[in-house]
Design a binder for this molecule. Sequence first.
Ligand SMILES: [Mg+2]
Length: 329
Amino acid sequence: MSTSLAELGEAELLRRLATFAPPGQLDDDTACLAPDPRSLIVNTDVLVDGVHFSDNTTSADDAGWRAVAANLSDLAASGVTSVDGITVGLVAPGHTSWNWVEGVYSGISSALNQFGGVLLGGDCSAGANRLLAITALGRLGPLRLLRSDAKPGDVVVTSGAHGLSRLGLALLQREVDPATAGLNQVLQERAIQQHRRPVPRFDALHSLLQCKPSGLPWRAGGTDSSDGLIAAVQGLCRASGCGAVLQQSAIPRPNGWPQGEQWDRWCLSGGEDFELVLALPPAWARAWQSSMPGSYCLGRMTAEPDRIIWNDGSTLTLNSGYDHFQTMT
Ligand SMILES: [Mg+2]
């Protein structure tokens, strides 16, 4: 039986957590960021046991990785090109094992090692439920991506296929039988990997910055698809006062994805895909698509506020995405 946090005590817990930060970083109650002429972008995400992760589908390492990846995806989708680091607020019952906490922080460290940034600080407390609150800080590149900066006539593009994370969760929960659904092995492995170890698309942001046609200003609409692809498009429409027409033939299904209403719903609204969803001037969209082989062109922004339709004129009737409060009622 591994040591519980109650047996460890707060001082020893903090001493152990400090080993995941640079030496001396957690000695004081504040962290200091060096002066930098670039704007500082800040984002907070809260992950709750039973809502965002569960011992049935998520190892401690994966919970830590996913928490960081979700935060950094928001930074990437804002135009952040370098990550300063994160602070972590941890709440857990006293009976929680140190092994679980160690796993979470080692997943956090792996993600920071891969995408940049360090553990800058944080706090922990006993509480009824396990919870991770992460604040990420990063520096803005030349383009501030805002949902409100989409314009009518922009092309709606995304950095990758959608639905994999939802399928990964379904496979881990045995909600779907791979043989009956006709899922090939590669798709199954890709889906589980995408669910457990999502990747914030800094690579797609960098290629976007590199391929801007020289005559265009630094203006694009953008967000990520953490709450689902359609929710991302809705977010662009709502904030910018635009609508969108989407191509039914361009639904970004992963290779080997089955046909059918449920599968399209998972693709369009499954959530936790963490791809960039952008509204770009046509010339920039063309340039980005040729530098990003896995990207998809979904349709166009229109001047009709909040009206999202398919190219045959029908309205999208799909559930608009993952709603944390709806699932709790
Ligand atoms: Mg997001």
